[in-house]
Design a protein around this ligand. Structure first.
Ligand code: SAH
Length: 213
């Protein structure tokens, strides 16, 4: 794994492009500048690693567009020591950004091959999450009210209520909601039984699916 001055230069251009699109969080921009996205990209798409685009990874899944990663991370205002649940590890790129921000990251992925690959890459980069699990998200064993933030990186047809129970009061879940196109939806747990929902534009994600494989 080599990171060249050319690749760093391209990352700097990517950061400028993200600033133009409205990303302002300095720590998020720093993470995007420092973390080599090309390590997470399929060899066929190496040359395009610093385009602001999603690309195919193995198993018909995608690595999210850098703007989407930056937008989701900025919106959640990730802080040091936040307990963050990431749903859908995929390539591990979003995970690496959350770990860089010093959150306690718990991430899970339903596809074994992606789980194995991401675990090994994050370990090589010394950007290890607290937990990386092969699971489908329907049998998570965390205590209720454990997480400050939940970041879903696969499209949900409806809000998975079992995730809401895992949020602390004051915590927030961000998820793409919808079937063909998704509305980025932020839900804040205002009190034990009160949830406040806000929408932030259209995005396109691979679907959230049942069962691990
Ligand atoms: N943040 C990732 C995006 C990966 S795409 C990245 O930047 O690479 C979304 C991922 O969610 C896919 O890898 C998919 O397999 C996974 N996924 C879909 N449904 C899931 C479920 N029920 N449980 C766990 N992972 C799931």
């Amino acid at each position: 794994m080599i990171d060249t001055p050319l690749q760093r230069g391209r990352r700097s251009e990517l950061v400028n492009a993200l600033i133009k699109k409205g990303i302002t969080d300095k720590d998020v921009l720093k993470a995007i500048f420092l973390i080599p996205r090309h390590f997470f990209i399929h060899p066929d798409f190496q040359d395009f690693a610093y385009r602001d685009e999603a690309f195919p990874i193995d198993e018909n899944q995608t690595i999210s567009q850098p703007y989407t990663v930056a937008f989701q991370t900025q919106l959640l205002k990730i802080k040091k020591n936040d307990n963050v649940l990431e749903v859908g590890t995929g390539s591990g790129y979003q995970t690496s950004i959350l770990v860089f921000l010093k959150a306690n990251v718990y991430t899970f992925e339903r596809i074994h091959k992606l789980y194995r690959k991401s675990k090994s890459l994050l370990n090589k980069l010394k950007l290890n999450p607290k937990e990386i699990t092969w699971s489908d998200g329907y049998d998570l064993k965390y205590n209720k009210e454990f997480f400050d933030k939940i970041l879903v990186t696969a499209a949900c047809q409806e809000v998975p209520t079992h995730f809401l129970e895992l949020l602390k009061v004051g915590g927030e879940i961000l998820l793409p909601l919808g079937i063909e196109n998704q509305k980025m939806t932020l839900i804040k747990r205002e009190s034990k039984n009160k949830f406040l929902k806000k929408e932030y534009g259209n995005f396109s994600f691979v679907p959230f699916l049942k069962n691990k494989c």
